[in-house]
Design a protein around this ligand. Structure first.
Ligand code: TRP
Length: 328
């Protein structure tokens, strides 16, 4: 790896085709970070098991997500590592070792854990409690010093840092304490205009969609609820369609805002423009995706090569950790 600012690690659970929320919240940052950092991006299939009862989609969802990443510009040719978490099994070993220096209270008091307990009271499994420890294992196994986080993952990164400090205090300076890189956190609402965009709520727009599918979904979007009639002045600041124009219609967003406020443009027309701009914005992405998908082995080959290189880093760390602990 070259002489960059440091090493970034990030992981995402395999959720299949990525949507606008994934794109604005993660993927475009992943792509941009490659210029300044050595980057490692991981499909965290083991983390997915903490909430998944139905595992038969894992294979397909891993493939589709990785294909979106690569088509969007995550680029192994630049040295970026892309791989599947479970393909480097040392992470499981490190997870167990780090669990020994992690007080249970740190984990059970986390708001994210409490939220999961509310969501799946019938499945509060041991792995779920250890979710942040597995995340700490991801980050420290690859000696990442920088982790891009939005507000939702910030407490998990704090726990990683605390685990590292504790481990190093007890066993010596072995693990790298990662810094959070607070990325501009873009919370994208779904087509319902209320909840965060997510596949599980089926309120999402996939970035790989064909233009007619994009249009169909955009036309379903909720707009400013206070605007009932075409002649009512609109409030772009509370309209999710307008928020998306801000990202995907840089040339005309100001005009659209003015026209909406003056009721010179209606919601239907506003959405048609967004659909067109989205389709155009992602046209090169769709083309690249089709090219990459033409070779069914391509994605799997990239992931295999990523795992091979990641294993080399992992082997060194695990040896250092075991020696520091004093395992015979
Ligand atoms: N916990 C992250 C999420 O739910 C995924 C993740 C796993 C991760 N390991 C990581 C993120 C390491 C950053 C670094 O989105």
């Amino acid at each position: 790896m070259g002489n960059k600012k440091g090493r970034v690690f990030s992981g995402a659970r395999p959720t299949g085709r990525q949507h606008l929320g994934n794109y604005l919240g993660a993927i475009r940052n992943y792509v941009a970070l490659q210029d300044e950092y050595d980057c490692i991006y991981c499909v965290v299939d083991l983390h997915a098991l903490t909430t998944l009862s139905d595992t038969d989609k894992l294979h397909e969802w891993t493939y589709e997500m990785a294909l979106d990443w690569l088509a969007a510009g995550i680029d192994p040719e630049q040295g970026t590592l892309v791989f599947i978490q479970s393909h480097v099994p040392q992470v499981v070993e490190l997870h167990l070792l780090l669990s020994m220096v992690t007080p249970l209270g740190w984990l059970t008091r986390l708001p994210t854990f409490k939220e999961k307990v509310r969501q799946q009271p019938e499945n509060v499994n041991y792995g779920l409690v250890g979710y942040p420890v597995l995340m700490a294992s991801d980050i420290t196994l690859y000696k990442a010093d920088t982790v891009p986080v939005g507000v939702d993952q910030a407490p998990h990164l704090e726990i990683t840092r605390e685990i590292v400090r504790r481990f190093n205090r007890i066993f010596g300076e072995v693990l790298v304490e990662p810094q959070a890189k607070h990325t501009e956190f873009t919370k994208v609402l779904g087509i319902d205009g209320e909840q965060k965009m997510s596949k599980s709520l089926n309120n999402h727009i996939e970035i790989a969609s064909a233009p007619d599918e994009i249009k169909r979904r955009v036309m379903e979007m909720m707009t400013d609820p206070a605007r009932q009639y075409r002649s009512d002045p609109g409030h772009p600041e509370v309209c999710n369609v307008f928020t998306l124009h801000g990202f995907f219609s840089p040339g005309e967003v100001a005009q659209i805002g003015t026209d909406c406020r003056a009721a010179d443009i209606g919601c239907v027309q506003c959405k048609q423009r967004l659909a067109e701009n989205l389709a155009a914005y992602f046209a090169p992405f769709r083309e690249r995706r089709a090219e990459l998908a033409a070779d069914p082995d391509y994605v799997w080959d990239v992931l295999a090569e990523g795992a091979r290189r990641a294993s080399e880093i992992a082997a060194v760390t695990i040896a250092e950790v075991k020696a520091a602990i004093g395992l015979p």
